[in-house]
Design a protein. Structure first.
Length: 70
C-alpha cells in the first residue's frame, strides 16, 4: 500500500510540474503572438510608405540607351 501511495504522490508532483510548464509556455506563446502582430503591423506601414514614394525620374535599365562602345 505504501508503494502505491508513493507512486501517486510522484505522479501528482509530476502533474503539477507539467501544469506549471504548460502555463509558462502558454505565456511565451502569447508574448510571441503579440510580437509577431506588432512586426506585421510595422511591415504593413513600411510597405505603405514604400508604395507611396513617387517613382524616380531616372530611366530604367530597359529604357537606358547603351553606351557608344556597344
Amino acid at each position: 500500500m505504501q508503494g502505491v501511495q508513493t507512486q501517486i504522490e510522484e505522479l501528482q508532483t509530476k502533474l503539477a510540474f507539467q501544469e506549471l510548464t504548460v502555463e509558462e509556455l502558454n505565456q511565451e506563446v502569447i508574448k510571441l503572438n503579440r510580437l509577431v502582430a506588432h512586426q506585421q503591423h510595422q511591415i504593413q506601414l513600411l510597405v505603405g510608405k514604400l508604395q507611396a514614394i513617387e517613382p524616380s525620374n531616372m530611366a530604367t535599365q530597359a529604357e537606358e540607351t547603351p553606351p557608344p562602345h556597344y
